[in-house]
Structures are given as C-alpha cells and as structure tokens.
Unconditional design. Structure first.
Lengths: 459, 459
C-alpha cells in the first residue's frame, strides 16, 4: 500500500524547505517534491549569491568612503572568477547540508516536476518516469522566476536576467540595468564595485519606487555621485543583443528613441509566479493577478491545500515564505486555529546605502486616509555613520494614534535596525517606551532612538 | 538674589549632559558644571575616537578577510595624521553642537571644577575666580579616568594611557598593550590595522576576562592568527620608558623577569572614579571600593543628591549613565517613584570580531547557584558571515525557567544583535516567541534565531 503523506510539499525553496523540516521534526510524515535544486531562487539564483557578491566587495565601498575623506588610499581588486567559484561552492555545500537535514528527519525528497492529478494525488515526473504520491495535506511553495515584458526579455546572450548575471564568467565593463527595484539596485552595486559602469533605466520617476519617496532621493543622490547614469521615468521600447553588445532602445514617445549600449544588460523588472502546469484546476484553486495562487485568511488555496511564499503573491520575500510555512505547520499540528497574521514584514536592500522598511509608510497611510505623524533623524548626527564616512541617509518613523506603526531607513548599515524596529512596530511602542529603553552607545541604532524621540510632524 | 537651581549637575559627560537636556527640556531650572570638556571621556578620550579609528580602518580588515579566501587583492593605507585631524575636528564640532543645545534649552553652563561646600551649595573654581551655585537637587556625574597600579602607570613619554594613545601624532610600529579588556582590545585592533605589531599582556589567563570563556577563546584564536603576541596569565612588574622605547618587565615569579620592548606601551587596566575633592563629606555621601560613590536603590548618594554613570561604579558604560540620568529626571518630575531598574545592560566590543553581551551569562548563573540551560549557533552556518568571509564566532543563549535570560555573541558584526537581544531578554521570551518572530533573510540576525531555536544543553 502506498504511503499517504500527512504533508506533501511542492517546492524546496525557503517556504517549502522550512515547512518540511518543521513538519517532519514534529512527527508528520512528509515528502518534498523539487524539480530543480533545494534552496529555490533565494539560495541558488537570488538573495544568497547577491549577498556573497556584496559582502566580498564591501572593502571597495569602505575604502572609497574613507578615500573621499582623504583618510585612506589604496585599491581593492576582486578576482571575479575566484568569487564565482567560491559562491558556487558555498551554494552547493548549503544544498548538500539541506539535503542531509531532510534525510535525517525522514523527509522523502522526490526530484521532479509535481502536478496534481486530482485532490489527494500528485504525479511527479521523475528521471525514472512518473510516480504518484498521496497526501492528506498539500503545500504549494513553487516560488517565482524572473519576469519580463514584450521586447524586454532576457535572451541569454548579452541580455540577461538575474540568474544569467549571477552565472557570468567575467564581469562586463559596462552594464545596463532595466529596473530600479531592490534586485536591480543590489546587482548594479555589486557590478560597479567589480568595475562595471552602470546605466540604470526605470519607467518610474524614482529609484526603489515601492519605498518612501525620501528614501528614493537619498539612493539617487548617492548613486549619481558614484557615477551611475540614471534614466528614470523613461519607457524601454526594446533590449536586444547586437553582436557583442546589449542595445537598449528608449521609447520614442518619451525618450526620443535614444539607444544605449553596454557590454551586458540586466532585466530586473519583477518576478512571475511558477503556477503553470501544477494542475491547480483539479483542486479548484484560483489564480489572480499575474498568476498568483489565491489564498484565504488561513493561507488555504483549496480544502487541505495551502500556498506559501512567492507563489501566493502576498510578499515576495524569503522570510515571509518561512513565516507562512511555520504557520501552516502550526495549523496542521493543531497549535493554532487563528487566521494567518504576518505582522509587520521587514524588507531590506543590501549594499551601501542599505534600505530598511517595516510597517506602514507615510504615503501608504495617506492613501488609505489614515492620519499619521512622522519623525526623523539624519544619520549625519550619528558617530558610527561618521566613523564609516557614510553620513547620507536617515531614519523615519510613522506614528498612528501615538504608537509607532512604521519605520524606514536608508544609509550605510541600516539593515541592523531591522529586527528591533520590526518588533517595536509589532508591539506598538509609544515614545515613552522608546525613551525608557537602553540603546547601547555608540551605535547606529541610536539613530533610530533619535528618530523615535524627535518632534512629530504632520505628513 | 542668587538663582536656586532645580537641578545642578557636576560633569558634562553622557550622564550629566543627557540629564541637563532632559531636565531643562522639561522646564527644570538647570545648571551644568564641567571642569574640562563637554562630552566627557566617552566623546573626547574614549568610545567615540576609538570608533572613529575602527570605522576608518574597517576596509583593512574586510580586505584581509577576502584576501585570505583569495577573492580579493589590494592594499589599504591609512593616513594617520589625516585621521587624527578628522577625529579632532569631529569631536570639536560635536562639543560645539552640545554647547549650543544647552544654550538653546537655557541650561547655565559653568566652566570650572565644582565642589560641594555644604548641602545646597556648590563652589565652582572658574577662570574668573570662585562662584557659588545653589541647588535643590544635585546630580554627581563626574565620570572616571584611566587607572593604573604601582609600576604600571602612564608616564606620558612612551608609556601611555588611552588618552595619550588617542592623541598620538604618529602610529608606533610596535605596541605593547597591558590589559585585555574591551579598551585594550579595541585600541590594539585599530593600531594593528594601521601597521602596529601587537604584544598584549594580561594577568588573567584569558582575553576579555569578564566575558563568557567561550567568547575569550574565539578572540584569542582570531588575534593569534592575526599575529598578536598574546601573553596571558602573566604579571607585569613594571612598564617604563627607556630612551625611545617602552620596556615592560614581567614579574620574575611568573614570567621569569622577561623584558618586552616596543615603540610604545598602552596601559589599559581599568578606570578610576573622579571623586576626589568633590566635597562629598559635606553631604554625608559614602565612597566604596576604588572610590565609587555609593548609591541607594533610587540612585541617591545623600538626600537630594543623585550619582549616575561611571562615578557610581554600577556599570562603566555611557548608555548606562544616560539611562540612569533619564531615571533621575523622571523622578524629579514626579513621573516615577519606583527604584531604579536598569534591566539587562548591553555591552559591545567593536572591531573584528565584535562581542555583544546582555543579561546573565552561564558562568555567572552557575556561580549564583541558579540553574540555567544554554543553546548555541555557530556563525559559520550564516550566509552573511560567509559573505564577509568572517565565520569565526557564535551566538549563545542562556535560559532560565524556559525564558531567555542572557545572550552573548562573538564574531564580525554581532553588535547588530544588541538592541533586539536586549529587548527580548527584558521581555523574557520563550522559544515559541522566537519561532513566531519573522527574522529577515538573509541577515546575521538569523544566527540569533538559530541559537534561540537550537537544542538546550545543561551548563
């Protein structure tokens, strides 16, 4: 008789993997189906390799900042093939460790593409042919992949998506980046530190368009000073490979049909959910928007079928996926019957400057007709920002009914505020709570303290 | 008729300055007496200049870490006179801003040495002669200065205390550091990054003797690999200037009378309270230990006389002083009548590695007969530690009755855990609290999550 799994998971990225570990660790009979590699986009083609690039090149930026103050001289040269080899080795070792963890916990790992044939049954196309798995509960965690739009699609030659850029054997001397969101900005920074001249194009009139407009202003000013050619508020007609170059043509209605050339182009215009051929129609699950799986308040896509992570479109962040996965397992174990509540979700842009955000932003509150106040502190007043000669940026707090409801920050190292800021938003701290807390001195964290205690202003 | 101040403050360091700002901002008639410079040891001769040195030289360490992985090559040279000029300029500007803030708030700043003549009256020796000030409440915040012991005292020639080292015009090529506490370790790291060969001597058998012994082990291993000559568990007979060199003689009963020579020696063997000539006898205040002002549960040294910061010997940390100052003003304003409660006090060693600690440590609990469990995570498993090629170190949690009671960490960048860790200790989080919190991915903070969720072991 075939095993019926308590939990069958499609997708071994952060959401699927964490769910498998927690479910199996709690005694649920668990299987995980993965068509490609454990770790998903985050480990193999996203967050992790990008952070390895940025971490490895941090000295370039630290030196540049001190050199500008005439305190240091020197040079830092990155051996790109060596960095790529180190990255690939680290990722492979992590995948291996993940596989061993699943094996230790008794999770059945099935390699292949899974598809629901009817409720309770999934067919996996394995290397040894199709295999049917039975489940009591199903978790869809199939993630997302880089997106594009007509005329602006990676061709794998000189026009690349994030996956293609991370796989390069040599860093191009010039790079066109289409998309000024977090993915584009992190990759552009890393590429520049390794010698690439950056041209960045976005249809929005500002960088990091999802962030507070004041954050965008700091980013634009820092990157312009670093020599980036920023083309904001322009429309791209096409990006194509022409011989050994990538050629971007701006829409003639806006940009006058101007052509931009570079050794390479990166298309970083968002991501698309992996929902094709999952057999969702057999489950009665619904797709919304760009193809995301619709979930109810309990993360259910259909009876006994949960969807977590990028694929449900709630929040395309690895830790959001993990948090949702934890909820699903808690629910299966009967530890909670309440609807899923994410609380404030932190998001981070790495590099220099960094950006951090959690909770509601002033503009969002305004758009919702919610009355908020804001308070701010500039990093230039902070001794640690001064020590790193990286004083551009600020911390901004959003208050609603006397309680902290949102925090954003931009500047070198501000990601360190993330956990604490997220927690105090979750707990709805008042200014008095903040003034009674002992912030260690001297720390960049004191810029958050200063922002929390600064005078509140209307938006 | 002479003004009677609601609050008269002796000492303009972090405790005294913050008290003045908060008191005057709340409408109390306030005066601040400062014999030397606003900002105290922290700004002028301690935390801040040391952090400016460490921040400015950060690229040296980041590059070295990547070079060891063969991912980067290059060199970073610090222009020490330029760095010193920048440091002095920043400190002077900060002092000026502090003075302006006091003036704005209507605080009377009196330059000179203050001395209590009888309860209610302080005589200040100003440049224009003695001046008497009357108070209703007095705050003693006179701080501390570098210590020494017979034979091991800064002579200002080649044997320096921290103040002397920070004032140097040229960085010595070799430096003997007497004292393996936080001050010695931060200064030694900065000096090494600027080319000094380090010999560090301590009577204790391990570095950072106040920390968890496992923390000491990581520090010793990292600094040994960096080429430091560590002489631990040895006694110093004397340190003297001999011609152009500093000469340290080890006690013959332990170290065989061996002589160590270097261009300079730093004496970093703790600090001494500034309590001489304050006229404390007129108040009936009591000194304890090495001369610290004894305070009761309400930080009172005598009726109407509070003492905060280094001078009360509770915790020689700037943020502890500021926190105590906040309490004193809250008390004067009638906002609290409860005894002072510090909560867990975070402490940080900067450099690479960093050390963070808050709450109770396993060995302390054991010594108190308190039953605790510990859980750990190694930084090598963290992708951000990997990205910076700085994987030595760990996060260690101490649990009492199922609640988190202490956290310590050692490794590159672990100071970023400080605020969040301090708060969750204060709130007594359980493991379930930790597993429900959304730690952003990927962050070094996830090493704290891993430690919080790891199996607990007996000590």
């Amino acid at each position: 008789m075939a095993t019926t799994y308590d939990l069958l998971i499609l997708g071994g990225g952060p959401g699927g993997f964490d769910a498998a570990v927690e479910a199996a660790g709690s005694g649920l009979k668990t299987a995980l189906v993965e068509a490609a590699e454990l770790g998903g986009a985050c480990l193999n083609r996203g967050c992790i390799p990008t952070k390895l690039w940025l971490g490895a090149t941090d000295a370039v930026d630290e030196l540049a900042a001190q050199a500008k103050m005439r305190v240091a001289t020197g040079s830092v040269d990155i051996d790109f093939p060596a960095l790529q080899a180190r990255k690939d080795k680290y990722i492979a070792a992590t995948r291996k460790a993940m596989g061993m963890r699943l094996a230790q916990l008794g999770v059945d790992l099935v390699a292949g593409l899974g598809r629901v044939t009817d409720p309770g049954n999934v067919e996996v196309l394995t290397a040894d042919g199709p295999k049917t798995l039975n489940y009591r509960n199903l978790l869809l965690a199939t993630g997302s992949r880089p997106g594009g739009f007509p005329g602006v699609i990676a061709d794998g030659a000189k026009v690349l998506d994030s996956t293609g850029l991370l796989a390069l054997a040599a860093m191009p001397k010039s790079l066109i980046v289409v998309g000024g969101g977090f993915i584009g900005l992190e990759m552009a920074q890393a590429a520049q530190r390794m010698g690439a001249r950056i041209t960045l194009v976005d249809a929005l009139p500002r960088l990091a368009g999802a962030e507070d407009p004041e954050v965008s202003k700091v980013l634009e000013s820092v990157f312009k000073r670093q020599g980036w050619d920023l083309r904001l508020g322009v429309k791209v007609a096409s990006v194509k490979t022409r011989g050994e170059q990538a050629v971007l043509v701006l829409d003639s209605s806006v940009g006058g049909g101007e052509e931009l050339e570079a050794d390479c182009a990166l298309i970083a215009v968002g991501r698309r959910p992996n929902t094709a051929d999952l057999g969702l129609e057999a489950l009665g699950a619904t797709l919304t928007g760009a193809g995301y799986i619709q979930t109810d308040a309990n993360l259910l896509a259909a009876p006994g079928v949960f969807a977590v992570g990028d694929v449900n479109g709630r929040m395309l962040l690895a830790h959001a996926a993990s948090h949702q996965a934890h909820y699903v397992v808690e629910r299966l174990l009967g530890h909670t019957a309440r609807p899923y509540a994410s609380g404030p979700v932190p998001s981070i842009l790495y590099g220099a400057p960094e950006v951090f955000r959690a909770g509601i932003m002033a503009e969002e509150a305004k758009a919702l007709g919610s009355s908020v106040l804001v308070s701010r502190a500039q990093l230039i007043a902070n001794p640690i920002a001064q020590a790193h000669a990286a004083t551009a940026g600020f911390v901004k707090c959003v208050w609603r009914d006397g309680k902290i409801a949102g925090i954003t920050a931009v500047g070198a190292g501000v990601s360190r505020l993330a956990c604490f800021a997220t927690l105090i938003i979750q707990q709805g701290w008042t200014r008095e709570d903040a003034s009674g807390f002992m912030f260690p001195h001297p720390t960049l964290d004191e810029s958050l303290k200063a922002a929390l205690l600064a005078d509140k202003e209307a938006v």
